[in-house]
Design a protein around this ligand. Structure first.
Ligand SMILES: [Zn+2]
Length: 460
């Protein structure tokens, strides 16, 4: 029983002082005023706290925790070309350490469910997909890994070097195997697998089409990168004669079971297609800013009925980005582009919660505080410095979000008092640093030097 707390349920009216009753892994009740009698219940005093649904991260590449701070001044394509050879050296140990640190970091910013898009599987380097899953199980957050893939190497006109891509048949077999081995469709699932060919410039049309068919035959969701940069748009126009959204539409990639990362460069017609088909977007403002990709038209997308969630994106393009901070980044980007009415604090909170749950196909289970939904709840301390802000939701979104006082996943404590409780926080941080050292060593053994800068004028 969480009592004396300001509840922002996201759906339904806010409760300035109320309670949330949790039974098992579900929310049993919430309401205004003092908590009702509940003999035997554990009581948590939420005084000075704002309760929100757990935040949902809908785009990430956890392995990138091990390659942060590189290619600091690069465009997306320069950044990828600089990093592919480094990533080619990764193994399961790198992925495990990177995922432990990355997911621990997310939990510390109020994330209770995270997706992961892993699309590089160098041969003979262990079970990379299972390594991320193991880390998620230890941290205790709900996990939605996409079995990603690339089959369009340089020799076939793609961007990645041939050494990091797979053959079409290998990908489909490994993806089917990943779904069969790990996917849990149940209501309170801690793990659901998606299918995720990487992008139009690294996955062939055949891979996109076959992936969609496979995902639909297995009843799992589809995820990829679309319309991230103008370079990608140019690439699509040159190679396919169409813009990115029109291209993937032809491949069967629009629908309520699809969510795209980025969607920065959408035309009016693109937005109309995504809205009409129920295709979702994972908005990653910090990454888009870091790579100079542009500002997505989020407030227009919302106005036209598109679903939008948030994502931190891989840490190599948004170093140490906390998920809660993406609410602020999204709000500021939209207002800088469209004016102060473009996105409210409560809309930003909805992107991070219910918008994310919709992207992952879990709006019935997650994303709002309602009786019957899963007890993924975050208490944000807004009673100290932040108490000077008139409105706790404004304090959370406009300000830098404070470390959570409590993070519950299905009623289980993952973070308390701003510290990880499921694993040693120090150990998770050290595992991430060790993963970086190991990746650098493995890359250097292959003659690859990870570069901090790709433009000489930035190196001083
Ligand atoms: Zn990405």
């Amino acid at each position: 029983m969480i009592e004396n707390v300001h509840v922002a349920p996201v759906t339904g009216p806010e409760i300035p002082s109320g309670y949330i009753r949790i039974e098992g892994d579900r929310i049993a009740a919430l309401g205004a005023g003092p908590a009702p009698a509940a003999p035997g219940a554990t009581r948590i005093d939420g005084s000075g706290c704002l309760a929100t649904p757990g935040l949902v991260n809908t785009h990430h590449h956890l392995y990138q925790w091990a390659s942060q701070g590189l290619a600091q001044d690069a465009t997306l394509f320069e950044w990828l070309v600089s990093l592919y050879p480094v990533w080619a050296a990764m193994d399961a140990e790198v992925v495990k350490g990177a995922a432990a640190a990355g997911l621990g970091w997310l939990a510390l910013s109020g994330c209770t469910t995270s997706s992961d898009h892993h699309y590089l599987f160098p041969k003979g380097r262990g079970d990379l997909f299972a390594a991320g899953i193991e880390a998620a199980r230890e941290i205790g957050v709900r996990f939605h890994p996409a079995r990603g893939s690339m089959d369009l190497g340089e020799s076939k006109g793609g961007l990645p070097p041939d050494v990091v891509v797979e053959e079409l048949d290998e990908v489909l077999a490994a993806t089917a195997e990943a779904v069969d081995a790990h996917h849990d469709p149940s209501f309170s699932s801690m793990l659901r697998v998606a299918v995720g060919p990487c992008s139009p410039f690294s996955a062939s049309a055949e891979l996109m089409t076959e992936s969609a068919a496979l995902a639909r035959s297995k009843g799992v969701r589809l995820h990829t990168h679309i319309a991230e940069t103008l370079d990608e748009e140019e690439h699509c126009l040159e190679r396919f004669g169409t813009r990115p959204v029109d291209y993937v539409e032809k491949l069967g990639w629009l629908g309520p079971d699809v969510w795209f990362a980025h969607t920065v460069h959408l035309s009016d017609a693109d937005i109309g297609k995504l809205a009409a088909t129920g295709t979702g977007s994972a908005h990653c403002p910090s990454s888009n800013g870091r790579l100079g990709a542009g500002i997505a038209r989020v407030s227009e997308m919302l106005r036209r009925g598109m679903n939008v969630g948030l994502g931190v994106d891989g840490s190599a393009s948004s170093e140490l980005t906390p998920l809660a901070g993406e609410m602020r980044q999204a709000l500021l980007f939209q207002r800088a582009r469209y004016g102060p009415g473009a996105l409210t604090a409560r809309q930003a909170l909805e992107l991070a919660t219910l918008g994310g749950a919709r992207n992952l196909g879990r709006a019935d289970e997650l994303g709002s505080l309602e009786p019957g939904k899963l007890a993924d709840v975050v208490l944000w301390p807004v009673g100290s410095f932040a108490a000077a802000v008139a409105d706790p939701v404004c304090a959370l979104v406009f300000g830098p979000a404070p470390p959570p006082a409590l993070v519950l996943v299905g009623g289980r404590t993952v973070v308390a008092g701003g510290e990880l409780k499921t694993v040693s926080q120090d150990a998770a941080g050290r595992a991430g640093a060790a993963a970086r050292r190991r990746l650098v060593r493995l890359a250097e053994e292959r003659g690859v030097r990870p570069a901090r800068h790709v433009h000489e004028d930035f190196t001083a």
